[in-house]
Design a protein around this ligand. Structure first.
Ligand SMILES: [Zn+2]
Ligand SMILES: [Zn+2]
Length: 364
């Protein structure tokens, strides 16, 4: 597989340092904007535990009701054709629009907060996406010119690597037992007024089986775990978020394993890969080697190209971005450091838990 064409989209001649935290936000924003089975669907009902959904006849819920797991949640989505306002939908849905105004929850469940909505949104979008976005970011890092590009890596816990080479990254593999099982059902009624339904069903995080987690590793791999930083872009898929409250995790490997991953990141299966090296409970390779899903390749390529084009515009000073959600054209500047920009109050508030660690330093 050759991706040399990607380099052509990076049309910036000078030197530039990208902040890895910002880069993660931009990758997720572009993922939101790119091709996906849930791009034009909306959550109409969320069921927990033993409850059945009211939006579908019981016989259409056998997969959900027969699932055996101590903690399980089902998300029922209507696809575009079935939505009342389908004709008015423009482009991919933002997090707030992803939930039907009439959405039903299990009896007694409090309405979802904005933070919970954000997590559910990414949990559904990432249901098969961990390796996909990892592969896309790997392509992006490969395409940036290594002699003119550096990464600044800052974790929510205060570790900073100011000048990491762009090509010094690896891929981490671990498999853990998730805390909760997720069932996603994307349905449409075949005929109006009939009980016939067409549906796509997805299961993830089955709590009786180890779930592979793939992430990128930065820093100096000659120093065991302490000098390495993990970037997990799909953490909500297993119900996790970054220690700075982000919908991704960027932490020292030890923090990521002990405080983000379920079960303290205890490894539960061994990868049979003689090319992998083992470090303190995870396996490290230099590339994603088992990306063998040709149907996802156009999605990966599209995502990588979108990100490269944006990085190019950012490096040329033509575009601003929100340091929380990655949106284009952020207008609000942090009044303290005058450096980080946000698309609005909500993102600035959400970003603060992470940003407060670095705001003072940037203000100097
Ligand atoms: Zn934002
Ligand atoms: Zn600031």
């Amino acid at each position: 597989m050759s991706h040399t064409h990607l380099e052509d989209f990076y049309t910036f001649e000078g030197h530039f340092t990208f902040d890895l935290h910002d880069l993660a936000a931009i990758v997720l924003r572009e993922r939101q904007q790119s091709v996906d089975p849930f791009k034009r669907a909306r959550v109409v009902e969320i069921c927990e535990g033993d409850t059945t959904a009211t939006c579908l006849p019981p016989h259409a819920q056998t997969m959900w009701t027969s699932m055996k797991a101590p903690h399980k949640t089902a998300y029922f989505l209507k696809t575009e054709a079935d939505l009342d306002d389908a004709a008015n939908l423009q482009g991919p849905l933002e997090v707030a629009d992803f939930f039907d105004p009439e959405m039903k929850l299990s009896p007694g469940h409090a309405p979802l907060t904005d933070k919970e909505k954000e997590m559910v949104y990414w949990k559904i979008r990432h249901h098969d996406g961990g390796i996909l976005i990892c592969e896309a970011l790997q392509q992006v890092l490969d395409a940036l010119p290594e002699d003119r590009t550096r990464l600044r890596i800052r974790t929510s816990q205060g570790l900073e690597i100011p000048q990491s080479p762009i090509d010094a990254f690896g891929i981490g593999n671990v498999a853990v037992i998730p805390r909760e099982s997720t069932y996603i059902c994307d349905y449409q009624h075949i005929k109006p007024l009939s009980t016939q339904v067409g549906m796509n069903q997805y299961l993830s995080g089955h709590t009786s089986e180890p779930q592979p987690v793939v992430y990128l590793l930065f820093g100096d791999s000659s120093i065991p775990a302490g000098g390495l930083v993990a970037l997990d872009l799909a953490s909500p898929s297993l119900g996790m978020r970054g220690l700075g409250g982000e919908s991704f995790a960027l932490e020292r490997v030890v923090d990521y394993h002990k405080r983000v991953l379920p079960n303290g990141g205890k490894r539960v299966i061994d990868y049979d890969d003689s090319r992998s090296e083992e470090y303190d409970g995870f396996f490290l390779t230099d590339r994603i080697r088992n990306f063998s899903r040709p149907e996802l390749e156009p999605i990966v390529n599209d995502l990588a190209e979108r990100v490269i084009r944006r990085l190019s515009r950012i490096a040329r000073g033509e575009e601003t971005f929100c340091a929380y959600c990655g949106k284009v054209d952020a207008k609000d500047r942090c009044s303290k450091c005058k450096t980080s920009m946000y698309c609005g109050r909500a993102c600035q508030t959400s970003a603060w838990k992470y940003h407060k660690k670095w705001c003072v330093l940037d203000a100097k």
